[in-house]
Design a protein. Structure first.
Length: 222
């Protein structure tokens, strides 16, 4: 059974969004007099939605619901202003997407980033490629690793879950893929690392985007 679709995570997989996310969050923290973080620290904060992002960024003494929600609201405003200041596709991603289109694969994006920002990132920075489905976090589906949104994408694409490669950079992505019955591919160029990806079920690890192409014709009959 050949793969007919590739579903991608967004942050840390297709787009290097680290600096724009970190800078916006740090501005929120600084405005409230809280310590900021080196941008690299946000690698472990990103991936489970904006509430979890701000919860982890805030000092432990100020993680009450009211403070978190207020910071989330301010973060959304800050990120809105500068979401595309430094964000760009990872090297090799444009070439991979070109190759997948030539091969006739269906393409989708599934992110825990708020849906509004997910759509803007795809429309603004990946507009050259016609993604068949783009889903960000909303009240329509529970966030990853719940597989409901991944299952919905397969339904909309008209493919079986087993015909989907799911490419992501975090353990949350690997859990989502496995729970949905998709092939879990860990992207080592992203925000997390090999240990987390393997722990959470990665079936394949790839060091660069072009290696996705090597997985398209795997013999999976065994």
């Amino acid at each position: 059974m050949p793969f007919r679709a590739t579903i991608f995570d967004l942050d840390g997989t297709l787009l290097d969004t680290l600096d724009d996310i970190a800078n916006a969050a740090n501005r929120v923290l600084a405005a409230r007099g809280f310590p900021t973080h080196p941008n690299a620290n946000y690698r472990t904060f990103i991936g489970e939605g904006v509430v979890k992002l701000m919860l982890q960024a805030l000092p432990e003494t100020h993680q009450d619901e009211a403070t978190v929600q207020a910071c989330v609201g301010t973060y959304v405003q800050e990120y809105e202003r500068t979401w595309n200041a430094l964000t760009k596709p990872y090297p090799g991603v444009p070439e991979l997407l070109d190759a997948l289109v030539v091969r006739g694969l269906k393409l989708a994006v599934l992110s825990n980033k708020p849906d509004h920002f997910t759509q803007r990132c795809v429309d603004g920075l990946l507009a050259k490629w016609a993604f068949d489905v783009v889903l960000g976090a909303s009240d329509r589906f529970p966030r990853k690793p719940n597989p409901a949104s991944a299952t919905e994408i397969a339904r909309r694409l008209g493919v079986l879950a087993a015909e989907c490669l799911y490419v992501g950079d975090s353990g949350v992505d690997m859990q989502t893929a496995r729970a949905a019955g998709m092939c879990a591919v860990g992207a080592l160029w992203g925000f997390r690392g090999q240990e987390e990806l393997l722990k959470d079920g990665a079936q394949y690890l790839i060091k660069k985007p072009s290696e996705v192409l090597d997985l398209l014709n795997l013999d999976r009959s065994h």
